[in-house]
Each structure stands twice: as C-alpha cells, then as structure tokens.
Design a protein around this ligand. Structure first.
Ligand SMILES: Cc1cc2nc3c(=O)[nH]c(=O)nc-3n(C[C@H](O)[C@H](O)[C@H](O)COP(=O)(O)OP(=O)(O)OC[C@H]3O[C@@H](n4cnc5c(N)ncnc54)[C@H](O)[C@@H]3O)c2cc1C
Length: 376
C-alpha cells in the first residue's frame, strides 16, 4: 500500500524529490548506507527527456560503485569514437575520444537507474508530484505528507520545486535566451561514431547515433530560429541547414517522436544545502549542454551527497565544499567553449588554428573527458 494512502504521515530517513539520474543515484547510494529512502517522481517511467544522450566516460566509475554498470552496459547504445566541431565555413575539427564515451537513449538510461534504485530497496512513488518542502523537513505531495528524519534531496531538475520552496534559488538572468529542441530521427547509413557539433548563425546542433536506427539531434537556437518549432523542415532550414557539413549528412527532418524543448540552458549554482535540504544535478546547477557533462554532474553530486549525509558530522558544510570543487575542476572548459559556440565568426577563425595544434585540442578534450582528480 502506498504510504500516501495511510492516514498517518509516513517517515523516512531520506526523501528524494525526482527520479532522473541524480535522484535515482542519490537514493540508491543512501540505501547502501542503510538509510530508509523514499523517492517521489512526477511522471511514470520510461519517460522522454530532452538530452543529447551522450554519457561521459567518467560516469562509469560511479555506475560501477553503484552496482548499476552492467545494467547500463546491457542497454542498446552506440560507442563514441570522436567529437567533431564544424563551422559553416572554415572546416571541421575532429578530436579522438579514447575512453568509454557512449550514447544511450535517456528513456532507457533513466529507467535502468530507477529500476536499480528500486532493487536496492528505495521506495519509489511514481506519478506523485512534490508541491512543497517545509522547514521542518516535511514533504507535501499530490497524494500525501511525509517526514524526512535526516535529509531531503532535491533532484527535481532545472525548474526545481525543492530549491524554490527551501529558499535555495540564487537569482540569475535565466540563461542567454537560447532554447533547445530535441528528438530522435532516422539515422542515415553514413552517420559514423562521432558526436558532431554543427555551428550556425544563432546557435548550434548536436548529432549522435544512439543505435542502429536512430540519431539524436539537439538544436540550440536563439528566439528567431525557435519561431519555426512547429515545422521541423522549416526549423532545419532556418537553423542547422545553414551549415553545409550538416546538409551533407542528409538527415530527413521527420522526427520519430514530437520535438521537445528545454530552457534555460545555463544557470549559476543554487545554494547547495541548508537546513537538511540538499540539491543535486540540474536542481543545483545547469551547465550549457554541448560538452555532454550533465549526467556526470548528476551522478557525482548524487554520490557526494550520500557520502556527506551518511558519514559526516557536518554534512552540509562538506557537501558545499565538495560540489564547489567538482564544478570548479570540471566546469572550466565548458565556460570557455560556450563563448565560441555562440560566435560563429570566432569559431571559423579558431577551428583551423586548433587543427594545427593537436596538443591544444587534446588538452581541451581532456578537460571534459579526462579522469577526474578525485578529492575523496
Ligand atoms: C539540449 C540538451 C542536451 C543535453 N545533452 C546532454 C548530453 O548529451 N549528455 C549529458 O550528460 N547531459 C546532457 N544534458 C544535460 C542533462 O540532460 C541533465 O544535466 C540531466 O538530465 C540532469 O539530471 P537530473 O537527474 O538532475 O534532472 P532530470 O533528468 O531533469 O530529472 C529530474 C526528474 O525530476 C522529476 N520532477 C521534476 N519536478 C518534480 C516534482 N515537483 N516532484 C516529483 N518529481 C519531479 C522530473 O519528472 C524528472 O524525472 C543536456 C541538456 C539539454 C537541455
């Protein structure tokens, strides 16, 4: 019987809000520390998620530690061999990727992680939306009220209710006004094992094969391009088809599911923790998506929050220190390259330069894909 149907308010050691990669991972790690955990998820899985479907190689050590790596490896996926950047003029820069980057549909990836959390003993409540968290560590949902004895973990994504109701939101300009549109399309036979970024005036587009039939496309555009979101042919024409390298791929503008959108694409870090409420993944910070690190940040912040809650006398202080270090180490390159992605003219000049300096290209790739210097 779901706890919410009882008249008595149910209590748990930890309550997790949101069942994406951050929430499922945090919940599973907490059960490994013998905590009784409930997870509330607004939808029923599998659910579609706007994402480029690229899993950074540094996710594997976290998935191994969680005991979920085999489950994820068994999913249909496509290995990524290189990353390429193509400006409309000025050629293509290709950087080889040597270790374990892969592309997996998010509906499958997220469902596998949530199933794993369930198998670890997490009590999962799907189709139950959290409306509010209170200063007494209570959680009010669409179906009931619950008490968290130790902590509430907000893993409810970029529009986090947890962050808002716990007063953890840092004011920001709300990104740069760009919007992402994403769907899967039929993959042309010539689409190889590269994750490709095609720049155009006003934005960029990420393309990657996810399995034998499908390619994932994310078009990030300013508001002019976004006007055409109801007509995929027109959206292609006014955005990414300006790039001849993309035109040559010959992708049919007929999405295999309705196009979905996401914004803002960037937001500074919220307050990571206060009064027993902790934020993880996109609820904590939203990074520009093109470096494909969002899932990694979701998994790592989830791992760190469970360590902080489960073993530390000062969990909030430790958590804040560790996630600040994590984003400082791994977020740098994203911040630098972001300026380039939105400035086609600068990219046109820089791509040939970096092609002549393979050491620089390797160094940039290493900042995004290289092994993390673990501080624990
Ligand atoms: C265009 C685009 C491309 C991207 N490409 C990549 C990529 O290739 N690789 C990569 O690593 N990252 C990528 N990202 C980033 C990545 O998608 C996110 O960083 C990642 O999904 C964050 O995971 P999360 O668990 O924090 O949040 P989410 O995956 O958003 O999960 C949050 C969950 O919380 C639930 N929820 C929300 N509100 C409530 C509520 N009130 N009550 C209960 N449940 C709630 C939602 O239903 C959802 O299931 C991309 C992002 C965008 C926008």
């Amino acid at each position: 019987m779901p706890a919410s149907s009882s008249l008595v308010m149910s209590d748990f050691d930890v309550i997790v809000v949101g069942g994406g990669p951050a929430g499922a991972t945090a919940a599973a790690f907490c059960t490994q520390r013998r905590l009784r955990v409930a997870l509330f998820e607004h939808t029923r899985f599998p659910r579609h998620k706007v994402c480029g479907d690229v899993v950074n190689p540094n996710c594997w050590p976290v998935l191994e530690k969680l005991g979920a790596a085999e489950r994820v490896r068994a999913l249909p996926r496509h290995e990524i061999e290189a990353a390429s950047f193509a400006a409309p003029t000025g050629g293509v820069l290709t950087v080889p990727i040597t270790r374990g980057a892969t592309a997996i549909r998010r509906s499958l990836f997220d469902q596998a992680l949530l199933e794993h959390a369930r198998s670890c003993g997490v009590e999962v409540f799907e189709n139950e939306t959290v409306h509010e968290v209170t200063s007494e560590r209570r959680v009010i949902t669409s179906l009931g009220r619950y008490q968290a004895r130790t902590a509430i973990i907000g893993a409810d994504g970029r529009h986090s209710v947890t962050a808002r109701s716990a007063g953890l939101v840092r004011k920001s300009s709300g990104g740069n006004g760009h919007i992402a549109f994403q769907a899967h399309f039929r993959a042309p036979a010539a689409l190889d094992g590269r994750v490709q970024l095609h720049l155009f005036h006003g934005g960029y587009c990420g393309v990657v094969r996810v399995d034998a039939e499908r390619a994932n496309l994310c078009i990030v555009t300013d508001r002019r391009g976004a006007l055409f979101h109801n007509d995929c042919e027109a959206l292609f024409t006014h955005t990414v088809r300006q790039n001849p390298h993309f035109r040559n791929l010959g992708i049919d503008p007929e999405p295999l599911e309705p196009l979905q959108s996401a914004h803002p694409l960037r937001r500074p870090m919220n307050v990571p923790a206060r009064n027993g409420v902790f934020l993880v993944g996109d609820a904590l910070r939203v990074m520009e998506p093109f470096t494909g690190q969002g899932i990694l940040f979701a998994l790592r912040t989830a791992e760190i929050v469970a360590e902080s809650i489960g073993s530390s006398l000062q969990p909030e202080r430790n958590y804040i220190a560790d996630v600040t270090t994590l984003y400082r180490q791994r977020g740098r390159t994203n911040e630098w390259l972001r300026r380039l992605m939105y400035c086609e003219r600068a990219a046109r000049a820089i791509i040939p330069l970096v092609r002549r300096m393979p050491g620089l290209a390797r160094w940039l790739a290493d900042n995004v894909l290289g092994e993390e210097r673990r501080f624990r």
